[in-house]
Design a protein around this ligand. Structure first.
Ligand code: BG6
Length: 484
């Protein structure tokens, strides 16, 4: 059992969309792992809710399959699974009608933490919230959890925020961006604000540029219809990459409390400059032997949607004026890897004379896989023959440094769901943050749509279109290799 697990208070967690894909892949396995880790109190109840008519046994067998497919630790322990299933019940409710709501009301308790997870299409947020109130199931202390996509643009995000605000206070709404639940993303804050070493250098005077890469090897096959309406900008940049930019760029909050952190993130988003069209490269993967092209996967032969996006952006404030942030993300790239690299400037003067191959200090925060932190420092090449400098990594792979504990690190969803139960909103997006992110995103999308820009084609298994390499190359910089 993992160490330092602090049990949460008794709760009822109702998952609308309880038989859906997200529940099966992430929510239910995540809850199971927390149970296995000893974090569940005796009085915890998970209520799966959906339109389907299903018996308790049928739902439990659905949960058992989800655990077998997606839970790692303890998934082969029959006693543990049986124990977990004792916490699970099911109710059929109709989001658009009144059927089933009395049954749900009879199931949830009033004297425990109550959370409602809207793992459903955003169009159902309003009808669900309305009925939770009409049937007096919601209260001023209950919590609601909503997923991305939170809107499609500023207008739709505002409408969703207003819909939720009709029924719940902001303090009750937990908007998930699962990147914020990743262990290393939180470590980024620990590294920045827990050490004296980095913060004095964390500004335009010492940082040459920042690279954020979220590369995936998968294509969009299977979810092409959704993806084709989103593209990399809406699917990844507006939310996940934006959150990473915020955590890198924000000022130190005065404490690690939800609004203190979110206020600082919001200031970053508001300080983002509009991006010059020449600083944006959009791409679409071609097909290859045995691999369908984006156009085939999206089932839209005329699609102009990007499956790859690279861009240079500027944060216009005192700390960052002049330091570019380069972002890139894409599907069907050469490796699955997510990392942030803070590339420092060279020392102002080299006492060792010309060192043409020197590449300077780089701090790399690896989000996945092989989570860890790596700082490249310059040393003298060993041996006689003068002062030749080389760079070596000061490497901290979490798996090596923390051993077993690192392997027991909770996945993003586990952590975030437990934060909902604890009532801690620090790792969730506030409504104004989401709207600010869309306000920055919308004009960029409108721009390339109006101009009819065509995405560049790139080969599957590559690093994206050539033009993305040029984005840095033309400024005498270079992307880091995309490698696991
Ligand atoms: C989701 C996107 O939000 O994040 C997907 O919709 C993407 O397109 C996924 O694949 C990436 O998440 P992770 O945790 O695998 O990096």
């Amino acid at each position: 059992m993992a160490s330092r697990v602090i049990p949460v208070d008794p709760f009822d967690l109702v998952i609308f969309g309880g038989t859906g894909d997200l529940a099966r892949r992430k929510i239910l396995p995540g809850l199971y792992r927390r149970f296995w880790a000893g974090q569940f109190p005796g009085g915890a109840r998970i209520v799966g809710a959906s339109r389907k008519d299903m018996s308790q046994d049928e739902f439990r067998s659905f949960v058992r399959d989800a655990i077998a497919s997606y839970a790692i630790e303890g998934a082969d322990d029959p006693d543990c699974i049986a124990g977990f299933l004792n916490h699970v019940t099911y109710v059929a409710v109709d989001a658009m009608g009144d059927a089933g709501w009395d049954n749900l009301k009879a199931m949830v308790r009033t004297d425990v933490v109550r959370a409602f997870y809207f793992s459903v299409a955003p169009g159902l947020f309003g009808p669900l919230a309305k009925r939770l109130h009409r049937f007096s199931i919601a209260s001023s202390s209950c919590r609601v959890v909503v997923e991305k996509p939170f809107g499609h643009d500023l207008q739709s995000a505002r409408t969703l925020n207003q819909t939720l605000a009709n029924y719940f206070d902001e303090a009750q709404i937990y908007r998930i961006d699962h990147y914020l639940g990743k262990e290393t993303v939180q470590n980024l804050m620990a590294v920045r604000f827990g050490n004296i070493l980095f913060e004095p250098l964390w500004n335009a005077q010492f940082v040459d540029h920042i690279q954020i890469t979220v590369a995936e090897t998968v294509g969009v096959g299977g979810r092409g219809a959704y993806y084709d309406k989103s593209g990399a900008m809406r699917d990844m940049v507006q939310n996940h990459l934006m959150q990473l930019v915020c955590l890198i760029a924000m000022e130190p909050p005065h404490c690690f409390e939800p609004d203190a952190v979110r206020d600082e993130k919001l200031k970053v988003i508001r300080a983002l400059d509009a991006v010059d069209p020449g600083d944006i490269v959009r791409g679409q993967y071609a097909g290859a032997e045995g691999i369908d092209s984006y156009l085939t996967d999206s089932e839209n032969p005329a699609s102009l949607t990007e499956s790859f996006l690279a861009m240079k952006l500027h944060v216009s404030n005192w700390r960052w004026k002049g330091t570019p942030f380069y972002l890139r993300t894409g599907k069907r790239l050469k490796a699955r890897t997510s990392e942030i690299a803070v590339v420092f400037k060279d020392p102002p003067h080299s006492i060792f004379g010309e060192q043409p191959d020197r590449r300077g200090n780089v701090l790399v925060i690896r989000l996945q896989p092989n989570e860890g932190i790596n700082l490249r420092v310059t040393i003298k090449e060993p041996g006689p023959g003068g002062m030749r400098l080389i760079e070596v990594p000061l490497d901290m792979s979490f798996a090596e440094a923390l051993g077993k504990e690192a392997s027991q690190v909770a996945d993003a969803y586990e952590r975030l769901i437990m934060d909902v139960i604890r009532g801690n909103q620090t790792l969730f997006m506030r409504g104004d943050e989401v709207e600010a992110a869309w306000a920055w995103t919308d004009p960029l999308i409108e721009g390339w749509t109006r101009r009819g820009d065509r995405p560049r084609t790139y080969q599957p298994g590559s690093a994206g279109p050539e033009e993305a390499l040029m984005l840095l190359f033309r400024e005498n910089r270079r992307w880091r290799e995309i490698a696991e």
